[in-house]
Design a protein around this ligand. Structure first.
Ligand code: DON
Length: 570
């Protein structure tokens, strides 16, 4: 039996007394699937120091947007694998009163980008695509956080950036998970001396308990605190970044940086069994694919067929297969793909048509002559925040792979993304080994690359129900889907919904990945008999979720034990 930390009884107790009490309390063997509950406000992120920063902002009277912005900046210091100012992402905001809004701060391709830029000597070059200065997209995070804050924040910008600045300048104690992660990535940073200097202790991996200081990052953050986005997109930071690019065959210029704009978008919305689904529109595929799958599954009585049954899993896989096929064929940056059939893809009528193609006893076959499964790591990060007024923020952002390109901007102290790897490889280059060559998502100047990030908020009859999201590349969409099904169809509390085993199908390759011990042998046999190819994996995703329990006006959060996770509320 797994022994887990006491959590459930801390509600209503705040501050140092509560922390001490929790530390001294006996560890119970029951109640471990209870959510962490708080009356007033809650932050869930993948790092305890960052969650604490967000919590303090809420205690100081900040709202959900303030807390999300401060938590995101803190993650850029304390969770460098995915927290960032050199990457990009998406934020969905649902105020308690008024319309929900989405912020797109996805990276863009530099002006000199071309659809064949990842080819060398007529051949596709994976290293150039994913691990080079050409893999770096124009960062969006600071612009996006600033836009969300300027439209909805309440505390000062400096107040929100300051905790991150202090963590970078004074340092923080390295925990086991970070020590292991840094030790693993260090050999991959050897080509980038500024990265080795920043993320090792004079060339040696940081050990647990040592203090990691990032003075260059602190200085960049202080420019951001004082100047806002100009602190990275112009002036000293932009000069340092452009110089690193110019010296190493990169194409990003100061003009690319100065020209970057975050985009405010209408969220992608749909319904599922009376719940409102509010998520991210393209250039993320996440919200659209999520709603498409929910629309298909709405036509089945999943509660009756039951959680984890072969019958239910079969239907979920078939919904995934279809949504991912449509994703691959249709989606890209809306500014470059003006006729994407979005309304059709998320319509209930289309879902009904798709259901007609699903045989409840037999797996469909994904056509293998288009493309296969690119390798995607788990290194994105999601945070969820709800404040006292029940304003909610769902934010997912990333450097793409863990520590992104592994390139730290010398003198500026922040890691650059390798998000250009999310563009398709090259025109027409569609292979069994994982390359995609369809048109909508080929690199072009100024274009945003297609994403799977799915920051999502669920509401019902005007009231907040859930805030959720996850890292995990394409698996993100399916992780979010299953979390919603677990709550809506199977009646799980939010911790149970997060704990429950996950699975992933993405059209091609025609295979379903499932978490180890997630499916029983007889369930696997039943799925095999229907024609499904099943592949065991370790874990999938890392959900940060908050559920609003309207019955007793409490916030209930889940920590995802698959990765580091930290829910803090009061
Ligand atoms: O935007 C995307 O879909 C990917 N770049 C996200 C990468 C990711 O989730 C990797 N790890 N979690």
């Amino acid at each position: 039996m797994t022994i887990r930390k006491q959590r459930a009884f801390t509600c209503g107790i705040v501050g140092a007394a509560a922390v001490a009490w929790v530390a001294l309390a006996p560890t119970p063997l029951v109640g471990s699937t209870r959510p962490i509950r708080a009356r007033q406000a809650m932050v869930v992120s993948q790092d305890p120091l960052a969650s604490r920063v967000g919590d303090q902002v809420l205690r100081d009277g900040g709202n959900a947007v303030d807390a999300a912005v401060a938590t995101a900046f803190a993650l850029a210091v304390t969770y460098p694998t995915a927290g960032n100012i050199g990457g990009g992402g998406f934020l969905v905001y649902r105020p308690a009163v008024g319309d929900a809004v989405a912020y797109d701060f996805r990276e863009t391709a530099p002006a000199a980008a071309t659809s064949t830029m990842f080819m060398r000597g007529g051949e596709y070059d994976r290293r150039v695509h994913h691990n080079s200065h050409l893999a770096v997209g124009v960062p969006g995070t600071v612009a996006g956080l600033h836009q969300a804050w300027s439209e909805h924040g309440s505390l000062s910008w400096e107040r929100l950036v300051e905790p991150a600045m202090t963590l970078a300048r004074e340092g923080f104690v390295v925990r086991d998970s970070l020590a292991r992660s840094l030790a693993a990535v260090l050999p991959r940073m050897v080509d980038y001396p500024a990265s080795v200097a920043q993320f090792s202790n004079q060339g040696q991996p940081y050990r647990v308990g040592e203090t990691l200081r990032q003075p260059d990052l602190a200085r960049t953050l202080s420019r951001v605190a004082l100047q806002g986005p100009a602190g990275v997109y112009t002036g000293e930071t932009a000069e340092l970044l452009a110089a690193e690019m110019a010296a190493n065959g990169g194409i990003m210029t100061q003009a690319d940086l100065a020209g970057y704009r975050a985009v405010r978008r209408a969220p992608m919305t749909g319904t599922y069994r009376g719940y409102d689904i509010i998520s991210m529109p393209p250039v993320s595929s996440g919200g659209l694919a999520l709603i498409q799958m929910l629309n298909v599954l709405e036509g089945y009585d999943l509660a009756a067929s039951g959680s984890g049954s072969a019958a239910t899993i079969h239907l979920i896989i078939e919904a995934m297969r279809r949504a991912f096929a449509d994703r691959a064929q249709n989606l890209g940056d809306p500014a470059f793909n003006t006729s994407m059939p979005i309304d059709q893809l998320i319509s209930k009528d289309y879902a009904a048509e798709l259901r007609l193609t699903i045989d409840s006893d037999r797996a469909s076959v994904s056509s293998p002559d288009s493309f296969s499964w690119p390798v995607e790591s788990e290194e994105t990060t999601h945070l969820s925040v709800v404040d006292g007024a029940r304003n909610a923020v769902s934010l997912t952002y990333t450097l793409e792979q863990g520590y992104g390109s592994k390139i730290t901007v010398p003198g500026a102290g922040f890691l650059l993304n390798n998000e250009m790897g999310d563009f398709n490889a090259a025109p027409g280059l569609t292979t069994q080994t994982g390359l995609i060559g369809t048109g909508p998502n080929l690199a072009e100047p100024g274009k945003r690359m297609l994403s799977s990030m799915t920051p999502t908020i669920v509401a019902r009859e005007g009231q907040l129900v859930m805030v959720t999201g996850s890292p995990g590349g394409r698996t993100i969409i399916n992780t979010v889907l299953m979390t919603i099904l677990n709550v809506v169809d199977f009646g799980m509390n939010i911790q149970e919904a997060v704990d429950a085993p996950r699975l992933h199908h993405q059209w091609l390759p025609d295979e379903t990945r499932y978490e180890r011990w997630g499916l029983s042998p007889d369930t696997l046999a039943l799925l095999g008999r229907r024609g499904h190819r099943m592949a065991e994996i370790g874990v999938q995703g890392a959900v940060s979720a908050i559920l609003y329990n309207a019955e007793d006006d409490m916030l209930e959060a889940a920590e995802d034990r698959r990765r580091t996770s930290s829910a803090i509320g009061f």
